[in-house]
Write a protein that binds this ligand. Structure first.
Ligand SMILES: [Zn+2]
Length: 657
């Protein structure tokens, strides 16, 4: 697929991906398209097959098949859903309409929280998306062996805090469109236009107040800023107008030894909002939030209006994905470990797991060597870094123990109800962890997911079966291909444990400064090189990237490919080969490795989606994940004969790991 008319030393992304991009235009129902997306669509098609088979009613269905099959059937029955209109959500809207004293807010918020899908939190900098505030279980920062209740900022229905606060023309346009969207949604619930228009202004004002009170996205990246342990009385003192005892009791939450208040200022802001906003405005905010979160589960008018704003305006997609695919994704969210079992049985044989584990261990060993050879670290810090590496748990493919969903009732004629009951089940199991020993074996991603994560408090790296497929991993491929693709992903996740966030957690997952002052200063100096390099214009997004926001991901990319290459080097050595040896394609092993790396990141985004991504999350776009990384590597210059002065050879090459 490479474009031999281009020079790899000028633009390696274009050289490796240009032809792929031409051959793979963005489908009309997608905000962007790359190798990740096409694999995700392939995986979800496999899931869909399982769901469709299970949806056929018969007496021989197992209870698991009944659940996933009826869940799918209920979602796929669009005409019944259209006919029901707003009815399934009416009880929640009625509860909100009955709010006539702000003292009732704790019970009302608990009622809503128990019925809306809780956000999935995999990274400590992820923004929690939920109504008013977020509640979840998180290992303590000071003692990760015990899980605590965490209370976090949330309540903003635009993708990130910055969307409310930025003053440029594009941001204003997005907010104007948002107000129009809120008006149309409220009208769909039966409000008259004038009332809906006034309510929409109140919604924007209240969410803007929450955004102002919320912690900045870059400050959030420093775990120290999140480590605010409080007693229940201290939490109560932050928000005197919101009775937390009533809230937790309505949630059925056990007491937590302490409460992690991730962003205390946010809760001070919430207090002001309770004191200052009218009951009418609170009803408007909660009414819109309820409809917003449930819109994809309701009739066509709601689904389409929701897509028009979040799909079209914010992400540039033109058409909706087919309903069967949306229902399969939905089943994956709500019944993930039940739906994922068949996927694993068919597409992730034990020999793949064994080969993956071998690669993970080879790449961990390469980081061990790197640490040993680092001339910028003292023996004391090296010793603790190695202890952390040795204590890491590698989780591959799927959980050892599948989750038991028998408590979740799934009905064939009640899509919204199914989602509510699955959400209640999920919330309940999260709350049950308060005060309990941390379970390091648990997964935050479902098996068909095309992604991976590192989790600092549990000191684990996690690779769902969904990403252990071609072109990331293929048992028939040579090592250079697998190490360049999934190997770099493995390296990326391992390095997260040693990036600017991860390095602050020790072997036990505790937030503890185990670096000597001098080593930490050396780290920061090396890290600043990366931060400066990635503080760059991103013309395709129309905004500038903030290298401080993406620092962790960029460090993981640069270090990840480095240790993947270390793993490959050792592997080849054991076979009597080296990186310059030729493969049967006539390329060197090293060229093959870099081309495989680039191939994983082939992809493009619509301008709207690129802008939303650069502003709201920490990953660099694919083009930069390739070009910035290889230009920091002398091994790349060696592979393709690049000379200093060429774009893919950085004069000031950055290296942390
Ligand atoms: Zn990452």
């Amino acid at each position: 697929m490479i474009d031999r008319e281009l020079n790899p030393c000028s633009d390696f992304f274009q050289y490796s991906c240009g032809k792929w991009l031409k051959a793979n235009p963005i489908p009309s129902d997608q905000p962007g398209w790359g190798t990740f997306n096409s694999l995700a669509i392939w995986n979800i098609a496999a899931v869909r097959e399982t769901l469709e088979q299970a949806a056929v009613e018969s007496n021989s269905r197992t209870s698991a098949e009944q659940k996933i099959g009826d869940y799918y059937a209920a979602c796929a029955n669009e005409s019944a859903i259209d006919q029901a209109g707003l009815t399934p959500l009416q009880p929640m809207l009625d509860r909100i309409a009955q709010l006539n004293d702000k003292k009732q807010l704790p019970e009302l918020i608990a009622y809503i929280h128990q019925r809306i899908r809780p956000a999935n939190l995999n990274f400590i900098d992820a923004q929690y998306q939920g109504v008013l505030f977020g509640i979840y279980a998180q290992p303590g920062f000071d003692d990760a062996s015990v899980t605590l209740a965490a209370l976090d900022q949330s309540g903003m229905n635009l993708p990130a805090r910055e969307f409310y606060l930025k003053d440029d023309a594009k941001s204003k346009e997005i907010r104007d469109q948002y107000v129009k969207h809120v008006i149309r949604m409220l009208e769909l619930t039966g409000e008259l236009h004038d009332k809906a228009a006034a309510d929409a202004q109140a919604v924007l004002a209240m969410e803007t107040a929450l955004a102002n009170a919320a912690m900045d996205i870059v400050l959030r990246r420093d775990p120290k800023n999140q480590n605010n342990k409080m007693s229940l009385a201290q939490v109560q003192a932050l928000t005197p107008s919101f009775n937390w005892t009533k809230y937790f009791s309505a949630m059925g939450a056990p007491a937590s030894p302490q409460y992690l208040v991730i962003a205390p200022d946010f809760f001070r802001g919430m207090e002001k909002l309770i004191a200052s906003q009218s009951l009418d405005n609170w009803r408007a905010y909660l009414r819109f939030s309820a409809v917003h979160y449930n819109a994809p589960l309701l009739s066509k008018a709601f689904v389409e209006e929701n897509f028009d704003y979040y799909g079209r305006a914010l992400n540039g997609a033109q058409t909706m994905q087919p309903r069967a695919r949306r229902c399969s994704f939905s089943a994956d969210i709500d019944l993930g470990e039940l739906v994922g079992q068949a996927y694993v049985a068919r597409y992730f044989p034990p020999e793949n797991k064994a080969r993956m584990l071998e690669m993970v261990q080879a790449i961990e060993a390469a980081l061990g060597e790197d640490i040993r050879n680092a001339d910028w670290m003292s023996p004391q810090t090296k010793k603790l870094a190695n202890e952390k590496l040795a204590a890491q748990i590698d989780k591959i493919g799927f959980p050892d123990h599948w989750r038991d969903y028998s408590a979740v009732e799934i009905r064939r004629d009640d899509y919204l109800g199914n989602v509510q009951r699955a959400s209640a089940f999920e919330i309940k199991s999260r709350l049950a962890k308060f005060g309990k020993p941390t379970d390091r074996q648990e997964w935050n991603m479902t098996p068909p997911t095309v992604n991976a994560y590192e989790d600092p408090p549990s000191n684990t790296i996690n690779f769902p079966a969904g990403i252990l497929q071609p072109p990331f991993f293929e048992s028939a491929q040579i090592d250079a291909v697998n190490y360049g693709a999934i190997g770099a992903v493995i390296g990326h996740e391992i390095i997260h444990g040693y990036d600017d966030q991860g390095r602050k957690f020790d072997a036990h997952g505790n937030l503890r400064d185990w670096w000597t002052l001098e080593d930490a200063a050396n780290y920061d100096r090396r890290d600043a090189c990366i931060t400066d390099e990635y503080t760059q214009d991103v013309p395709e997004a129309g905004v500038k990237q903030n290298g401080k926001l993406s620092a962790g991901e960029d460090t993981a990319d640069n270090g990840g490919i480095h240790i993947a290459l270390g793993g490959l080097t050792n592997k080849l050595k054991a076979q009597g080969k080296d990186l310059d040896s030729l493969t049967k394609d006539g390329l060197t092993e090293l060229q093959t490795f870099f081309l495989s790396y680039a191939h994983v990141w082939c992809g493009q985004q619509r301008p709207e989606a690129a802008r939303t991504a650069v502003m709201s999350q920490g990953h660099s776009l694919g083009r930069y994940r390739v070009n910035n990384v290889v230009a920091n590597m002398p091994e790349f210059a060696h592979a393709f004969g690049c000379k200093s002065g060429q774009p893919m050879v950085h004069e000031n090459a950055c290296r942390v790991w």
